[in-house]
Ligand binder design. Structure first.
Ligand SMILES: [Zn+2]
Length: 147
């Protein structure tokens, strides 16, 4: 069994804070930074990138995750996200985390001052939709149906 180094939450939050300083948020004035640890031990960072056409804005978490995937990663081990006030990831980002992270994956939700709290992906996105739900010959969560 391969031993992976333990997750250094404080370091990951620190890298998210550094990414937060590169945020492009001229409209919301709500800078967000994220740092994603992948299975190979690399860290990919991201910041929110807003646009004058507001719906085109991209969240920091998704920037970091898409960067990681585009660099060859397929599994993420931890996510740190930092906002000015400790705001939590939006629903879209939770769904993208679901695609590449395990239910027990830690998500460190931090503030710009470095304080953070920890949740798991399953706590942030209970009963989330995944590739398994696309299997048409099996009903998901079979034991919960009145059949
Ligand atoms: Zn988001």
């Amino acid at each position: 069994m391969t031993e992976f180094p333990s997750i250094d939450a404080a370091q990951l939050v620190k890298q998210a804070i550094e990414a937060q300083q590169r945020a492009y948020a001229p409209y919301s004035h709500y800078p967000v930074g994220a740092a994603v640890l992948t299975e190979d031990g690399r860290v990919h960072t991201g910041c929110n990138v807003e646009n004058a056409v507001y719906p085109l804005t991209m969240c920091a978490e998704r920037v970091a995750i898409l960067k990681a995937i585009s660099e060859g990663a397929r599994h993420i081990r931890a996510v740190a996200v930092v906002t000015p006030n400790g705001g939590t990831p939006c629903g879209s980002c939770r769904q993208v985390m679901q695609e590449f992270g395990a239910p027990e994956m830690p998500v460190f939700i931090g503030r710009s001052d470095g304080n953070y709290r920890q949740r798991t992906l399953a706590e942030l996105l209970p009963d989330g939709f995944s590739a398994a739900d696309l299997t048409t010959n099996a009903t998901t969560n079979k034991n919960e149906w009145n059949e």
